[in-house]
Design a protein around this ligand. Sequence first.
Ligand SMILES: C[S@@+](CC[C@H](N)C(=O)[O-])C[C@H]1O[C@@H](n2cnc3c(N)ncnc32)[C@H](O)[C@@H]1O
Length: 209
Amino acid sequence: MSEGDANGYEGVASIYIAGRGTRPLVGDAIGVATVRAWAQAFSPGATVLDLGSGPGEPSTRILQEAGLATYAVDASSAMVAAFRDRFPGVPIEQNTVEASEFFHRTFDGVLAWGLLFLLKPLAQALVIEKVGGALNPGGRFLFTAPKEPLEWLDAMTGYQSQSLGAQTYERLLRDAGLTWVAEAQDEGGNHYYFVERRQPSHGLEGRQQ
Ligand SMILES: C[S@@+](CC[C@H](N)C(=O)[O-])C[C@H]1O[C@@H](n2cnc3c(N)ncnc32)[C@H](O)[C@@H]1O
């Protein structure tokens, strides 16, 4: 693992954690209400993977409070150490999401808050494809990225960020067997893509009953 694997977040981890991940309880961090509503729609015990979890505050905390079985991956050793302090025993892998071993498992949900647009376009496409392969039928994926195609420098790291835009994300999702079903904007201006892996149809529609 190298510093670049976390797209600059290893170098700013202590500042990020102090700003977003120090509170023992989830308070009013940006996006909490949106992620909580998404998490609460799963059945208790459902499995959810938190991609680019950072210290797990607030994302993994919200998932745990919703009674879900959580898994997390982050490339930054400092973020992973902070996560382990807060969530002893909760599975977390220090790895890039592109290479995560967790994609050999299946999940009822995948969350990627503030992550996808940090990756290069090909890596974004790869991760979407992997999410498609890892979601159970009926499973749900929630990620944030601007709606418009856009390139900018990350305010904390100075690294290049890139949104592929809704049209391209929709195509990549479709190619991965996923359906973009809804969108939302939070109080911080983050754009959310609500995505599902639809249950296969049982072909009853045309059948004589
Ligand atoms: C903007 S922070 C979001 C953290 C967390 N999801 C939250 O809600 O606060 C982005 C996180 O993604 C991690 N990250 C960046 N690139 C990554 C990659 N290629 N693989 C895994 N984690 C990565 C960073 O270390 C950082 O913790």
